[in-house]
Structure formats: structure tokens, C-alpha cells
Design a binder for this molecule. Structure first.
Ligand code: BEZ
Length: 211
């Protein structure tokens, strides 16, 4: 296993999941993807996280994002636990959970950090673009549940960069002004951003979020 970095191709794999055997690239198709690991089934923080992820279904669909989760427990355990998640979180888990009992995918994506726990996965998040390159990697410890609003915020930023040649400033939220990428000249910016832009410094140009 080599360490994955931003810009690398996300490794493909076949895996048993709570929705049957899946090839990762076929599952993703031309969509964006989120692959996220959690330490173990039947644990409290994970139960809330998977419930939360399921509730964001419409938000993920709006952004053309497919979601896949992973833990190192088996399919039967996943299937039983999903019933608990649905009941306690008042939702319907609608994405596959990889049953990574042999840790094949966890190793491929460096999701086991032995000095934190030598068998369970940490809370890794990978965001993958339609060309299968890795655009975002975040790692949380087992004790901290992820913030799915933050994940959506980063996906909005990544998609603005991919499609509109803008970047997003500190604490940006969708709808707020964005930053024009340094590679865009002022001449090009006038054509690309009909709402106009403000040149605070030659290297700091702000424009309303493009539609
Ligand atoms: C949890 O999901 O609640 C959890 C899992 C492993 C360690 C600590 C918490």
C-alpha cells in the first residue's frame, strides 16, 4: 500500500456490501463519490453518523454525489445494525456499507491507523471527482462524529472550482462571495464573471458566487 494523496487516482476495488457485491468504479459511474469509514457496527457515534448520512440523501443527489460507507464487520452484522440505525435515527439507510472483514479496502485506503487502533478503521473521508481523482481527505478519531454540513460545504467548494474557476475563502458558505482563481487573468474574469468582481489586491479578487 502506498500512501494516497490529493490528486491521486482513487483505487478501484470489488467488495461485498450491504447491497450485494459492488465494483467501486461501476458504482460511481460519472458521479462524484464519498467513501467513508467508521470503526465498527453497533457503536453509538457511528449509529448517529450513518443515520445523518442517510438523511442527506437529497442533498447528495442534488450535487451528483454517491455515498459508500465501510466498516470491518460482516454483511449480516451490517444488515441487522441498519435496522437499528433506521429505527433509532428515524431514517432509511440508502447507501451501501462495505463489509470489509479482511480489511482489503481499509488497507487500500489507509483507513487503519495502528497507533490509534490496530484493528478498527478511523473515521476517514475521501471525496472523489468524476475522473476518479481524490479531491479531499479528512481523518477524524473514533470519538468524534463527522459534520455532514461541512462535507456538503467542501463538495460545493470543490464543484465550484471544477466547473467555475473559483476558489472559496475562509469560513465560506454557499451563497457568499468567492475568490477568483489566480490562474484567471482580469480580462478573462470580465468574461467569466458577468456579475463583476472586486480587486482587493491584484492577487485577491472577489466575485459573487457564480450560478
Ligand atoms: C462510536 O462509534 O461510538 C465509537 C466507535 C469506536 C470507538 C469509540 C466510539
Amino acid at each position: 500500500m502506498s500512501t494516497l494523496r490529493l490528486g491521486d487516482k482513487a483505487p478501484n476495488f470489488d467488495a461485498q456490501t450491504s447491497q450485494g457485491k459492488i465494483n467501486f468504479y461501476e458504482f460511481l459511474g460519472d458521479s462524484w463519490g464519498i467513501l467513508f469509514s467508521h470503526p465498527a457496527d453497533y457503536t453509538p457515534v457511528c449509529t448517529t453518523e450513518l443515520g445523518a448520512a442517510a438523511k442527506y440523501k437529497d442533498e447528495f443527489e442534488k450535487r451528483n454525489v454517491k455515498v459508500m460507507a465501510l466498516s470491518v464487520d460482516g454483511v449480516e452484522s451490517h444488515m441487522d445494525w441498519i435496522k437499528d440505525i433506521n429505527e433509532t435515527q428515524n431514517t432509511n439507510v440508502n447507501f451501501p456499507i462495505i463489509a470489509d472483514e479482511d480489511r482489503k479496502v481499509a488497507d487500500l485506503y489507509d483507513m487503519i491507523h495502528p497507533n490509534a487502533d490496530d484493528t478498527l478503521t478511523v473515521r476517514s473521508v475521501y471525496v472523489i471527482a468524476p475522473d476518479k481523482t481524490i479531491k479531499l481527505m479528512i481523518t477524524y478519531p473514533a470519538s468524534t462524529g463527522r459534520n455532514f454540513e461541512e462535507l456538503l460545504r467542501v463538495i460545493d467548494s470543490l464543484q465550484l472550482t471544477a466547473y467555475k474557476k473559483v476558489a472559496t475563502p475562509a469560513n465560506w458558505k454557499s451563497g457568499e462571495d468567492v475568490v477568483i482563481s489566480p490562474s484567471v487573468s482580469n480580462e478573462e474574469a470580465e468574461k467569466l464573471f458577468p456579475k463583476g468582481f472586486k480587486e482587493v489586491k491584484s492577487y485577491l479578487r472577489m466575485t459573487p458566487q457564480p450560478d
